[in-house]
Design a protein around this ligand. Structure first.
Ligand code: HEM
Length: 448
């Protein structure tokens, strides 16, 4: 007989499924409750597989930074490999280290400054078509802008004619892949359910586009622009002196396609959602934009001065971390604090329960960009706030993302006043591949 318990997660734990139902319904709430009931770490079961959830900053630091070599990213999130293959997000070991070394120079803080003009231009070009007063689906607009920026800056690819199809494909993949991950189902796509057909068609479409970009670049190599694709194509393996195969190139491009636009689009959507609800914050932003930009397009040279804009985004990433869940599998027997892990043990990591902890953030539920004033991040323990992960698998696009989001938030915000459409229900998070605003956000955009 199951014992009576004060554990708030246990009432939904079954003998057969473990905590699968509660996890599927709301992984963020599930992780927070585990943290509240168990403290530093908790063991739980999803279907046949058991996991450790880690909530203690020093243990997290060991898992992600100091003992990162003891872990691989294989495990619960393998479904993502169907899309990204052996690209940077999901590869492991030497392959990962080598690819990261090749890609890293294009993402340094100084290098991404060169992308700022394109970031501002893409934003400006897309919002130039907005009417004076118009109802808009904000999440779709932000998808268009962030995809355009990622495709042009990293691959010199103009996605205007394919954007609608790409958006539809990503929508299918996002819904179906996250459902598969949450149910821990990894059936071959050959089983012709309606969902599998939709999923396979979306993957095929993105494959066609990506292989098309690679083929075109191979034909025009002498005129090639100096972007991430040219770096990937020009790289040579130190051991066997070979270049990357089309397959490996495809995996890296697809990885950037996936990791490089939706995260930023959704974070921006959440930022606008908070700002629209708080005229006092909007007013402070407007004052900053007037003082720093005075009507000019935002650029890299303004970034440091747009401090409040950055803090609005840091606070958004605290409450709505787009990368809300990741996993690792122990490759060897190892320890995190006093927790002994055996080879093959799987761990799950979410920044959300720490971001919501009163131990690190006063009044954690409320949106207060000011809390990031005076270098809060330097004062917090390393793993109390980690929207971009940490260690050798941290987000390679973190500087890219912050610069881009500051430019888009200021670019749109100084030209348009956005408000939720009348009667808009509160926007709630949906844990898809990234933390999405469920059902999107409908706004009225009014030119300032
Ligand atoms: C708000 C925006 C973003 C957020 C919140 C975010 C979050 C994250 C997080 C948490 C990780 C680590 C996952 C783990 O530990 O397993 C990660 C990895 C990664 N991100 Fe981002 N990301 C963002 C934007 C971007 C952008 C713009 C790019 C590329 C242009 C990008 C490319 C990547 C890649 C390639 C990895 C894998 C790195 C590796 O394993 O070596 N991300 N991201």
């Amino acid at each position: 007989m199951m014992k009576a318990s004060t554990d708030p997660t246990e009432w939904r734990t079954t003998m057969i499924g473990g905590s699968l139902q509660a996890f599927r319904e709301d992984p963020l709430l599930f992780m927070c409750r585990l943290h509240q009931s168990h403290g530093d770490y908790a063991r739980f079961r999803l279907g046949p597989q058991s996991f450790y959830a880690i909530f203690q900053p020093d243990m997290l630091k060991e898992a992600m930074v100091t003992k990162a070599d003891a872990f691989s990213k294989a495990g619960a999130f393998d479904e993502i490999k169907r899309l990204t293959g052996e690209g940077l997000v999901m590869s492991n070991g030497e392959l990962h280290d080598r690819q990261r070394r090749i890609v890293q120079p294009k993402f340094t803080r100084s290098h991404i400054q060169a992308y700022a003009a394109q970031m501002a231009l893409s934003t400006h070009r897309i919002i130039a078509n907005w009417a004076h007063v118009q109802e808009r689906e904000l999440t779709r607009d932000l998808f268009k802008i962030t995809f355009d920026i990622m495709a042009r800056t990293l691959f010199s690819y103009n996605s205007q004619s394919t954007l609608e199809q790409i958006e539809k494909a990503f929508d299918s993949i996002n819904r179906i892949a996250s459902e598969k991950i949450r149910s821990l189902i990894r059936l071959p796509l050959l089983i012709p359910t309606r969902q599998n057909r939709e999923y396979a068609a979306a993957l095929r479409l993105l494959d066609e586009i990506v292989f098309g970009i690679i083929a075109e670049r191979r034909q025009n190599q002498e005129r090639e622009p100096q972007d991430l694709l040219s770096v990937l194509m020009g790289s040579v393996d130190e051991t066997d002196q070979t270049g990357m195969s089309d397959r490996q190139l495809r995996d890296e491009l697809m990885t950037m396609f996936l990791a490089g636009h939706e995260t930023t689009a959704h974070t921006l959507a959440w930022a606008f959602d908070y700002v629209m609800k708080r005229p006092d914050i909007e007013e402070k932003l407007l004052q900053e934009w007037e003082r720093v930009l005075d009507g000019a397009l935002p650029g890299a040279e303004h970034y440091n001065e747009l401090e409040y804009t950055q803090n609005v985004l840091w606070e958004t990433l605290r409450l709505r971390p787009a990368g809300y869940l990741t996993g690792r599998t122990a490759m060897v027997d190892t320890k995190l604090g006093d927790l002994a892990l055996r080879r093959g043990d799987a761990i799950m990591i979410s920044p959300y329960p720490l971001h919501m902890s009163p131990a690190y953030f006063e009044d954690p539920e409320s949106f207060r960009p000011e809390r990031f004033d005076n270098d809060l991040m330097k004062k917090l323990p390393l793993m109390a706030y980690f929207p971009f992960g940490a260690g050798p698998r941290s987000c390679i696009g973190n500087h890219f993302a912050m610069l881009e989001m500051v430019i888009i938030l200021a670019g749109i915000g100084q030209s348009f006043r956005l408000r939720h459409i009348k009667g808009h229900p509160p926007v709630v998070p949906e844990a898809l591949l990234t933390l999405s605003p469920k059902g999107g956000i409908k706004v009225v955009a009014e030119r300032r």
